[in-house]
Design a protein around this ligand. Structure first.
Ligand code: MGD
Ligand code: MGD
Ligand code: SF4
Ligand code: MO
Length: 874
């Protein structure tokens, strides 16, 4: 049997783990790369399941125009023609690209070059606007450039780690495992989590500050005041290497004069606030990590600067174990920032507004045009699409019909614009609205580089050629550029050539900016192929890269000093109000990735959170007549409403709701959380306030509730228009959860003919049916008048068997056992919560025992925080 292996990088989060793929003609195995500096051999549940994403069921294989399959030549000509026509009639600003932090750096580089240098507009923005733009803006204000100073080793060397607005255990799991391992080695390492929800990250911390949503700036301002008052600042560092402390301190004093005021405004106990401040003041090596709980806010930039202020005040930057640390979301959000793929950047960390930068980049590209001013940022861009000002839009590797605020309006706007979509799946909510669909290669097929949270550039390498006529994104962009008449500037023979040009452009930064890859500008194809992970800057002086920035205490500002920013905290734009009494928060679950196009196809990842849900505090649930496991309608301020499953949990604050961002029209009836999020943005960064919308909730009662397990896809929207959702229960097996009012569906019509084994209890209005062919379970369904239905798991297992024995045959319809705690906790070994509880009842006392009995937690370890909580009886 032939076997081969390749070293590549995980396509999910910004931790940027190195992955080894080994394959034979029969199978592919995935493991963590031991010598990759990001993960040192570890992978989380999503990384571990990567082999299962190699066959995406809804893969887009061929170019389409107007719904019809066409050749690449025709598709490219159509795109070039429509873009050119719009530019000729309405000018370059009538077209736009909306791209993604999931493109590779080489893809991103050519897209940015085409839009800015050749079309001559800055209308190229990206989903990183929804994600990293407040961090970018805060870095620029504080350091003079978008720089993440630290490295992952800092977390291991710290004595205190603050996780601010970050659900690290689920969203950066391998980094979290590194932190937990460091805590095992050093029991004095103190962890503080700041999150209104008691996430598993928070419950694993030494101190959890469950602050009032949106109140972070007050907390950090209060810390700055405390540091000043306790004389805990590094006066020498402040005097020699910073500017602006007085103004920042004055603003902080106004909003957060003392601990009691902070406690009151943040709805925390004064004791907890004091504990946090005392620790911070007394600990030399502190790393403060931040993510979307700070960034996705109408004052996200200020919140991040308020945090950075405290590091500047104590000189805790550029030193081992002491740094602010932005945790990047997507695998290559950082690479996109390097190439300048945002509407307010030019290229290579240079600014559009700077005439010298414009001239230099134009000369370097030998470009015919150059934008003179910034372009439209994501939310404004889609406003311009809705208003008819954008005539042609090209969307690459992102799903804005789901992920942008006021997503219903985005979907309507896309219907009226000429829309090109490059994607690897055919049925995303955005792809379904495209005029031209371009099949993109994806992970496992793509060749190029990505940069993780800590500036570490790693290679993505292909394991096989793309299927059908799918092509890499850089190739697609270059084809269109050529068809538009810009051939000579886009005549690359592969990603290595693009990377060299990107590195050569960055060399113009020498002496001005820290982003500099000049030592890689002459990288041969062969060395590019073998490139090992390394962190920029990569220069003649530091040819192996640079782990930590600001070691010399110099910042890339005109006077070399870092800047304090005076922050006056602002509350969220739309507070909860009488008609919308809840604060709606949104974010991620452990095993899913964004809009489900990849992980929604993977059975082992779908069992952890099988359905769209709203997490509610049990007191609120009781007050609003909501039942755990029932359905609820959640409504937002823009008229949108969704229907999702109720999950009662004390992890949720009273007055707050949490809905995951993942579910959408391709997987559920009405579960777009962004239909409830108004398009409110941070005035500095343009990042939306995705974590805060006012909302109302009420029970959504149905006459019947059902689940169906079957082998073919069902037209669920026709069967149960008010509530349906689909997921992969096992390879080749779909699970549908459905509910409706009025007459129950005619199942035979939908599921087909065969031997139906049935059980009816007309008094209880219960129905169980199983469709057998040759004693092989084809489909089964359970229906009843209330949401509590029998367990799905035994049926899923029986469906995977070739034949049923007599006991199982009888068992199908007699299933009465109620589904309890059926969701998986451990994805690697498919261990459910119920199985863990049974093991605990049988005397398992610690993680080792659970591992021995069930395997749980023994492989990737992403479920350990949940297992630990169950062990603690939570
Ligand atoms: N499993 C998984 N991992 C992922 C992703 C994924 O889709 N799935 N996506 C990746 C991407 S692109 C990103 S950007 C990152 C995001 O990573 P994170 O930012 O860690 O994840 P989120 O769930 O978006 O939000 C983090 C937390 O912010 C909290 N929060 C809400 N409001 C506030 C507030 O006012 N103050 C504070 N302090 N906290 C608040 C929420 O309760 C939530 O627990 O995850 C990356 N990793
Ligand atoms: N309410 C709310 N909204 C949010 C957030 C939130 O926390 N709350 N988080 C925001 C954040 S931080 C982010 S990052 C966004 C993410 O939101 P999106 O970017 O919209 O989500 P994805 O599902 O990652 O979309 C990626 C698309 O690219 C496709 N794709 C995968 N690989 C390739 C490839 O190689 N080439 C091409 N051309 N296509 C490919 C996938 O099939 C998918 O359709 O959502 C944002 N929206
Ligand atoms: S932590 Fe998980 S999802 Fe993130 S890069 Fe590593 S393996 Fe991939
Ligand atoms: Mo993100």
């Amino acid at each position: 049997m032939d076997s081969s292996s390749v070293f590549t990088t995980c396509p999910y989060c910004g931790v940027g783990c190195g992955v080894q793929l080994e394959w034979t003609t029969a199978s592919v195995t995935v493991s963590g790369l031991d010598d990759h500096p990001a993960n040192l051999g570890r992978l989380c549940s999503k990384g571990t399941a990567l082999a299962e994403t190699l066959e995406l069921p809804d893969r887009l294989l061929y170019p389409h125009v107007g719904g019809r399959r066409v050749s690449w030549g025709q598709a490219v000509a159509t795109v070039a023609e429509r873009f050119r026509a719009a530019i000729t009639r309405h000018g370059p600003d009538s077209v736009a690209f909306y791209v993604s932090g999931q493109l590779l750096t080489e893809d991103y580089y050519v897209a940015n070059k085409l839009m800015k240098g050749f079309i001559g507009s800055a209308n190229i923005d990206t989903n990183s606007r929804l994600c990293m733009s407040s961090a970018v803006a805060a870095h620029k204000r504080a350091f003079g450039e978008d720089l993440v100073p630290g490295c992952y080793e800092d977390i291991e060397q710290a004595e205190m780690v603050v996780l601010a607005g970050s659900n690290t255990a689920w969203c950066h799991p391998v980094l979290f495992r590194r932190l937990q391992a460091a805590r095992e080695r050093n029991p004095d390492l103190y962890v503080v989590a700041i999150d209104p929800r008691r996430t598993y990250t928070a419950s694993s911390a030494d101190l959890h500050l469950a602050l009032a949503p949106g109140s972070d700036a007050v907390l950090w301002n209060g810390l700055l005041v405390y540091l000043a008052e306790q004389d805990a600042m590094d006066r020498d560092f402040v005097a020699r290497h910073t500017a602006g402390l007085e103004a920042a301190l004055a603003a902080a004093r106004k909003s957060a004069p003392d601990i009691d005021a902070v406690a009151w405004r943040c709805e925390l106990s004064a004791g907890d606030v004091r504990r946090f401040y005392q620790r911070f003041a007394a600990t030399g090596r502190v790393v403060s990590c931040y993510s979307q709980g700070l960034g996705q806010s109408s004052s996200g930039t200020d919140k991040i600067n308020a945090l950075i202020n405290c590091h500047l005040a104590t000189g805790r930057i550029g030193r081992p174990g002491a740094t602010p640390l932005s945790l990047t979301g997507q695998p290559n959000a950082m690479g996109g920032r390097e190439v300048g793929g945002l509407a307010n950047q030019l290229a290579a960390h240079r600014e559009i507004e700077d005439p010298e930068a414009r001239r230099q980049v134009q000369d370097f590209w030998n470009a015919p045009a150059m934008p003179q001013r910034p372009g439209l940022k994501a939310v404004e861009l889609f406003d311009a699409v809705a208003g008819g000002r954008i005539k042609a839009l090209w969307i690459m590797a992102t799903n804005p019909a789901v992920s942008l605020p006021e997503a219903g309006k985005v979907r309507r706007a896309l219907r009226d614009c000429f829309v090109v979509v490059s994607d690897c799946v055919a049925n995303s909510d955005t792809a379904r609205l495209a005029d031209v669909l371009l099949p993109a290669a994806t992970w496992g097929e793509k060749d190029g580089t990505v940069t993780n949270s800590v500036r570490l550039i790693s290679r993505q390498r292909p394991l096989r050629p793309p299927p059908g006529e799918a092509r890499p994104d850089w190739w697609i962009v270059c084809q269109v550029a050529r068809a538009m008449g810009f051939g000579s500037a886009f005549a690359y023979n592969g990603p290595a050539a693009i990377f060299r040009e990107h590195a050569a452009l960055s060399a113009l930064n020498r002496g001005r900016r820290l982003f500099d890859l000049s030592a890689l500008a002459d990288l041969s194809d062969e060395r590019y192929e073998r490139l090992k992970p390394l962190a920029w800057p990569v220069t003649a002086e530091n040819p192996r890269g640079t782990l930590r920035l600001f070691v010399d205490r110099r910042f890339p500002t005109p006077d070399g000093r870092a800047r304090f920013v005076a922050v006056t905290p602002r509350p969220p734009v739309h507070p909860a109000a009488r008609s919308l009494p809840f604060v709606l928060n949104s974010g991620r679950v452990r095993d899913h990735w964004h809009t489900l196009t990849r992980t929604g196809a993977v059975p082992s990842l779908s069992g952890h959170d099988p359905e769209p849900f709203v997490e509610v505090n049990p007191h609120d649930a009781a007050a609003f007549g909501l039942e755990d496991g029932g359905l609820a309608e959640v409504a937002g301020p823009t008229g949108g409403a969704i229907v999702v499953r109720v999950r009662c949990s004390y992890r949720q604050r009273r007055g707050s709701l949490f809905v995951p961002m993942h579910w959408n029209g391709a997987f559920a009836a009405r579960a777009w959380v962004n239909d409830l999020v108004p398009p409110v943005i941070d005035p500095v960064s343009g990042q939306p306030e995705s974590k805060h919308a006012p909302a109302a909730i009420r029970p959504f009662a149905c006459d019947w509730y059902a689940f169906v397990l079957c082998r073919k896809a069902l037209p669920a929207a026709e069967i149960a228009p008010s509530y349906w959702c689909r997921l992969r229960a096992a390879p080749g097996i779909w699970r549908y959860e459905l509910a409706g009012s009025g007459p129950v569906p005619d199942w035979e019509r939908w599921l087909g003919e065969g031997e139906w084994v049935e059980y009816r209890d007309t008094r209880q209005r219960c129905y169980r049916g199983a469709l057998l062919r040759d004693n092989h379970l084809e489909a089964c369904l359970c229906l009843g008048p209330d949401p509590r239905l029998p367990a799905r798991r035994p049926l899923i297992e029986w469906m995977q068997q070739d034949h049923l024995d007599a006991g199982q045959r009888a068992g199908i319809v007699a299933l009465v056992e109620e589904a309890g705690a059926e969701n998986t906790v451990c994805a690697c070994f498919q261990v459910t919560e119920a199985m863990v509880r049974r093991a605990l009842d049988q005397g398992a006392e610690d993680l080792e025992a659970l591992g021995r009995l069930l395997g749980a937690g023994g492989k990737c370890g992403a479920c350990r925080p949940e297992l630990e909580a169950l062990l603690r009886g939570q």
